[in-house]
Design a protein around this ligand. Structure first.
Ligand SMILES: C[S@@+](CC[C@H](N)C(=O)[O-])C[C@H]1O[C@@H](n2cnc3c(N)ncnc32)[C@H](O)[C@@H]1O
Length: 317
């Protein structure tokens, strides 16, 4: 089956909030297939620069192809939790970035390519790593994880109410034969789920949970946010698009705390200028329009938040 094109989510809102300066320095920390990047590039002059990062080797191949044809682009392979080291590796000074984008989760090509092992719809090896050269595959992890841990992961990251039944079925089945393929796991989950939600495959939530766990998606996000703010220039903007309520909660709390400034005892009066916040919040939570969701079902659960590093010009949207 041909791989579907990745349609960038919340594109117009992202570009408006990034407020691109034509000679600026930007980072797209989740390049994917460059949907957002190509629009950023259209707004940059020959002096502008765009650093693109991805941990997926196929995404990085696409990024390198772009950088070979466009001197403004630098492609860097790696996980964004290592943002500081990745930027140091190409000599980007601290506090120099005018805008940074994180469009979290997986891309359509990752989901659509059966060989990557993300899909319960297309059979492939049970892998789900964005970077297949690092860490354990789902097949390896699932072969030795305790039932209890499996319940916790499926319940928390999948918000799956049948996590116990699913975990029990997985552990029972692996005692007779190891899981090797996505179809194999999907059929065991399907059989364990007593009520099927119309229009949704019964393995959807379990696959999401395993993918998020195996790629440490929440840990990556928690680690990168302070570094991202640190690396912004004064007035630079950070835009994060998340797809899971736990991701959005991490972003929301971090932005809230960073915009509040230094902690102080509740009974001690302090002036606003003594609080020393790192950022200010720009606008409210952005959700996709009904039209965008109809055109691009992947946008359905997207949520965008933006902050600006303090020290720039007055906040203009
Ligand atoms: C939703 S897609 C981005 C799509 C992109 N904005 C576009 O329009 O083509 C997310 C991409 O981020 C990458 N990614 C996810 N988490 C990452 C991480 N922690 N470090 C580096 N890349 C990551 C994935 O491999 C995937 O290619």
């Amino acid at each position: 089956m041909p791989t579907k094109k990745h349609v960038p989510v919340l594109l117009e809102q992202t570009l408006r909030l990034l407020r691109i300066k034509e000679d600026g320095l930007y980072v797209d920390a989740t390049f994917g297939r460059g949907g957002h990047s190509s629009e950023i590039l259209k707004r940059l002059s020959p002096q502008g620069q765009l650093i693109v990062i991805d941990r997926d080797p196929e995404a990085i191949d696409a990024a390198r192809a772009l950088s070979n044809n466009d001197a403004r682009v630098s492609a860097v392979a790696g996980a964004f939790a290592d943002l500081g080291d990745l930027l140091d590796s190409i000599d980007v000074p601290s506090g120099s970035i005018d805008g940074m984008l994180f469009d979290l989760g997986v891309s359509s090509p990752q989901l659509d390519d059966a060989h990557r092992g993300f899909s319960f719809m297309r059979d492939g090896p049970l892998d789900m790593r964005m970077d297949p050269d690092n860490g354990q595959s789902v097949a390896e992890w699932i072969s030795q994880v305790t039932e209890r841990e499996l319940v916790t992961v499926i319940a928390r990251l999948g918000e799956e109410k049948f996590s116990r039944r699913i975990a029990r079925a997985i552990v029972a089945r692996r005692s007779t034969a190891a899981f090797e393929t996505t179809a194999d796991l999907a059929s065991v989950v399907d059989a364990a789920v007593p009520f099927k939600e119309p229009g949704r495959h019964p393995a959807t939530k379990t696959f999401q949970a395993l993918r998020m766990y195996i790629n440490d998606e929440l840990g990556q996000l928690e680690r990168v946010l302070p570094v991202a703010v640190d690396r912004l220039a004064a007035g630079g903007r950070l835009v994060v698009i998340s797809f899971h309520s736990l991701e959005d909660r991490i972003v929301k709390r971090f932005f809230r705390d960073a915009s509040r400034g230094d902690p102080h005892p509740p009974d001690m009066p302090v002036r606003a200028d003594e609080l020393n916040p790192d950022v200010r919040k720009i606008g409210k939570l952005v959700r996709p329009t009904i039209a965008e969701t109809e055109d691009n079902p992947r946008a359905r659960s997207s949520r965008l938040r933006c902050v600006e590093k303090i020290g720039g010009e007055a906040c203009v949207q």
